[in-house]
Design a protein around this ligand. Structure first.
Ligand code: ZN
Length: 135
């Protein structure tokens, strides 16, 4: 079964830390060894794993993406959000994380972010947890 995490975004562009939601779902399964697969079913959003401690890193990531792929350019897409589609394509819509001893093997400073590039919107993240071995 695929579970869903609901994400409500409040800004046009933002990174939302969803690590606690994912941890809760991992704990609930009681799986000791496995993998977490996260997938965003949207064309103007993405998933990023990066530093969660210093919020200025989030700003730098978003600002740099905006600088590299600006909002207004001679895009063909008439909806006005071509930049968000391109940023979503480059950043990517899926992540895989290992579970060992019942916890996700994230680096000490890593957090999982939902990346909104064209909000505010009601979004969701699909999550599937697969057990890879039983003790
Ligand atoms: Zn569009």
């Amino acid at each position: 079964m695929v579970e869903k995490i609901d994400v409500i975004t409040h800004k046009s562009r933002e990174l939302i830390d969803i690590t606690p939601h994912v941890e809760k779902i991992v704990e609930k399964t009681k799986i000791r060894e496995g993998i977490v697969i996260l997938y965003v079913p949207h064309t103007t959003a993405a998933l990023i794993i990066n530093e969660g401690a210093d919020p200025s890193v989030r700003d730098d990531i978003l600002n740099t993406l905006s600088y590299l792929i600006p909002r207004n350019k001679d895009y063909k897409h008439l909806e006005g959000n071509a930049d968000a589609h391109i940023q979503s394509s480059i950043v990517g819509c899926e992540k895989t994380i290992f579970i060992e001893n019942g916890t996700m093997l994230l680096g000490r400073w890593q957090a999982i972010f939902f990346a909104e590039f064209d909000g505010p919107r009601q979004r969701e993240v699909y999550i599937k947890i697969v057990e890879t071995s039983k003790h």
